[in-house]
Design a protein around this ligand. Structure first.
Ligand code: PGA
Length: 241
């Protein structure tokens, strides 16, 4: 695992964007894994600027997002599909049909998850997977647990997670009870390269757990130690606490 300590959030966002841009410049039809949350917003702004400046072309790029609430209407203001449209896809020249987000309105969630994994495999896997990390070490909606589900799956959300995310909704009752998420197995087996961004003091404990090398289902991020090409881009606060 490589660790890059960045002077600031902006530097972290630029270095992360350069990894993705470099991948796309090397292979125009790259497959990129994407994440939601506040951490990658700066990185997305950089990708948008590179695209607008004519430096980066998304015409042949395919993306697969990490997770989505379930059930949720993709048009809902809190859906991760909407988040991605508003913060990235609407501002770059990616073909919308190539920008995959798990369908929060799928009738049959098992079929949706299975097809998502099959689709990733049919594309030859993910060239670069971008991840954030939760304060409790969660990755996507893979929450600490006695055991983890390897494949993409439906995850019932804990009251804690629903409570934490209720700030975006009008109240906790509005927060979906579950989510669809790539499993740690999908992430590790299907990604050729993984970059994880973490910013701020409150991510320090999670980062510490990850770099300790101790692999446990109570710390889903720790499974990333099983992958041979992971780079962490951390600002000083996330690294030092
Ligand atoms: P954040 O979320 O980027 O908003 O901190 C990351 C996560 O919880 O995975």
């Amino acid at each position: 695992m490589k660790i890059v300590i960045c002077n600031s959030y902006d530097e972290m966002s630029m270095l992360g964007a350069k990894v993705i841009a470099g991948q796309i410049l090397t292979k125009s039809n790259s497959v990129i894994g994407l994440a939601t949350g506040s951490t990658p917003l700066g990185l997305y702004k950089n990708l948008i600027k590179m695209n607008k400046d004519g430096l980066l072309d998304f015409t042949d790029v395919t993306t697969f997002n990490l997770d989505e609430y379930y059930p949720i209407d993709p048009k809902d203001k809190n859906s991760y599909r909407r988040f991605m449209d508003e913060n990235l896809f609407n501002h770059i020249n990616i073909k919308k049909e190539n920008a995959h987000v798990l369908n929060g309105a799928a009738q049959d969630y098992e079929k949706e998850c299975e097809e998502y994994d099959n689709n990733i495999r049919a594309h030859g896997g993910i060239d670069v997977m971008l991840l954030g990390i939760g304060r409790n070490g969660h990755i996507g909606f893979n929450e600490p647990n006695e055991s983890l589900v390897s494949a993409t799956h439906r995850q019932i959300l804990t009251e804690n997670t629903r409570d934490a995310n209720s700030r975006f909704f009008s109240g906790i009752d509005e927060v979906p009870k579950a989510a669809l998420t790539m499993g740690m197995g999908t992430i590790i087996k299907e990604s050729k390269k993984i970059i994880l961004l973490a910013s701020g003091k409150d991510k320090h404990e999670a980062v510490k757990g990850l770099v300790s090398g101790n692999i446990t289902s109570n710390d889903p991020a720790s499974y990333l130690n099983l992958h041979k090409d992971v780079t962490l881009f951390l600002d000083k606060e996330a690294f030092n606490g």
